[in-house]
Design a protein around this ligand. Structure first.
Ligand SMILES: [Zn+2]
Length: 524
């Protein structure tokens, strides 16, 4: 059965959407996202905050709709199946329709969108339109899911619905970000994720570069005793210089060798264990792995990169992305702080090492709002990169709330200012709340400037999203969560436009169009 889908863009779709809205009473039917497939059409809708889907057909009900549970109604002469777009419906649609199944990003330049509200996908897709980037729509770390009290399945459902709402038929990815345990892997594999970002931080000895020589030696001996494969590492690496593309020479001498072994010696077998678990739990589904060390305490050296890449490859592991910890500050939500030339040299070095070890992409985390370095990243990696963003989309939701519901904004802002000291702990930021006037002292017009556009206020709102989403009153009711969603649903077009504009600036700065055209491999 041919289940290719096509976007349905003529006037007929809009007329039909009006008919569906009239017949159902749904507040919104997304005509611009209408899709046709195998003698049927599909349209997403929304009734208040409830997601809806309508599937129409003439004649016999298509086979692929058999798993869908809804009510049938005649609308403008066609049979229409009206569905609540709950988890069962979205999972059934995903099973039946290939364009709604997440897929790996492969070698195409790719863009990761964390969506903590579950309503940002349409804006994300508009921002990428015509860019050549492959979108990872459902990108969420376990930390983010815990903080917003969302499950991996809910995150994926939101992305699938967003793709349907946008009529996006050219594929998207789903990135289970910063997985640290086998249990994290299990939960995300079961939900249907296809990109697995493995973070072995719990096995990394982060203090290695700060140890004195005696402590480093002692730690090195301990790794030799603990990790069976470590016995061969001295012979393989110690004192050697590895040269790549005639321009990058990585010396593994003295401390450089010992630091790499101490820092990552225990992580190597753990990454292998995690990868095995991914393969086992995804049962043949096409998947990809990213190795992330960006949250380690010190800059990732060339020696560490070479050691990790070679040891993982030798154990048969192939990965699609590597996220180093870069030099300088990649603070959340603000531009890059640091020596740009030093950063460029290190991105070039990592890109050369990536090409030499299988051609995986360099993954840039905390990648939003780094406008000053985007052209360099695209060039230095020759377009072979992945950029992750997340909180910046939440900040566009904050912008909409500041603009459309200043009273809710003030209440929420007062509350999260009190949570900042606690919430910032796991993030790398320097925002200083004492520099930011309390929202009660600002006019409505100034709220957005101070708390969304200026760095100190922006960082306060950036890291306290979890507190905003999960604060409860004495009776256990959400303080802000439902009201946040209500504002975003009511002013959905504004939220989408803000996201398109802000993330569109990122995409423009990255200028990958030419490279992407050559490399694009994704087919609808
Ligand atoms: Zn990261």
């Amino acid at each position: 059965m041919d289940l290719r889908a096509e976007k349905w863009t003529d006037r007929g779709a809009r007329a039909l959407a009006r008919n569906v809205a009239a017949a159902t009473g749904w507040g919104r039917v997304y005509a611009d996202g209408a899709v046709t497939t195998s003698n049927a059409w599909i349209m997403a809708g929304r009734d208040g905050l409830k997601r809806k889907v309508a599937v129409g057909y003439s004649g016999k009900r298509p086979k692929w709709t058999q798993a869908l549970r809804g009510t049938e109604k005649t609308v403008a002469g066609s049979c229409v199946l009206l569905l609540d777009a709950d988890h069962d419906t979205l999972a059934a649609l995903r099973n039946a329709l290939p364009f709604l199944q997440p897929r790996p990003t492969g070698k195409t330049p790719s863009f990761g969108f964390g969506d903590r509200t579950g309503m940002a996908t349409p804006g994300h897709l508009l921002a990428l339109e015509g860019s050549g980037f492959f979108p990872n729509l459902a990108q969420q770390s376990i930390r983010e899911m815990t903080r917003t009290q969302r499950s991996p399945a809910e995150v994926l459902d939101a992305a699938v619905f967003g793709a349907l709402q946008s009529g996006h038929v050219t594929g998207f990815g789903a990135d289970a970000d910063h997985l640290k345990t086998l249990d994290d892997v299990d939960r995300c594999a079961e939900a249907g994720f296809v990109s697995f970002t493995l973070d072995a931080i719990e096995k990394v000895i982060d203090a290695a570069p700060r140890m004195n020589d005696a402590d480093l030696e002692q730690a090195y001996r301990k790794i030799l005793a603990e990790v069976p494969a470590a016995k061969g590492w001295e012979k393989k690496y110690s004192g050697k210089t590895f040269t790549f593309e005639k321009k990058v020479a990585v010396r593994m001498e003295g401390r450089a060798f010992r630091e790499a072994i101490v820092k990552y010696g225990r992580a190597i077998p753990y990454w292998i264990e995690m990868e095995k678990r991914v393969r086992q739990k995804t049962k043949g589904r096409a998947c990809e792995i990213e190795i992330a060390v960006d949250e380690t305490g010190a800059v990732t050296t060339g020696a560490e990169h070479v050691f990790i890449a070679r040891e993982l490859a030798e154990r048969g592991m192939s990965f699609q992305g590597f996220a180093p910890r870069f030099v300088g500050e990649f603070e959340k939500g603000v531009d890059y702080k640091g020596e740009r030339q030093v950063l460029e040299d290190s991105v070039v070095e990592h890109a050369v090492l990536a090409r030499a070890h299988g051609g995986y992409k360099i993954s840039v985390h905390s990648g939003s709002d780094k406008f000053s370095i985007y052209p360099m990243i695209a060039k230095a990696t020759e377009g072979r990169f992945h950029l992750k963003t997340a909180g910046t989309s939440w900040m566009e939701a904050v912008r909409v709330i500041a603009r459309k519901d200043p009273a809710l904004f003030r209440e929420m802002c007062d509350f999260v200012r009190g949570q900042f000291a606690k919430d910032r702990a796991s993030y790398h930021i320097s925002g200083d709340p004492s520099k930011v006037p309390a929202p009660g002292t600002l006019s409505d017009a100034d709220l957005e400037r101070v708390y969304v556009d200026e760095d100190d206020g922006r960082q306060i709102m950036h890291v306290t999203y979890g507190s905003a989403f999960t604060a409860q009153d004495a009776s256990g009711a959400w303080l802000f969560r439902d009201r946040i969603f209500a504002v975003l649903a009511k002013d959905e077009e504004l939220y989408t436009t803000c996201l398109q504009k802000h993330l569109g600036r990122h995409v423009k700065g990255l200028k990958i169009k030419k490279v992407a055209k050559k490399r694009a491999t994704v087919k609808a």
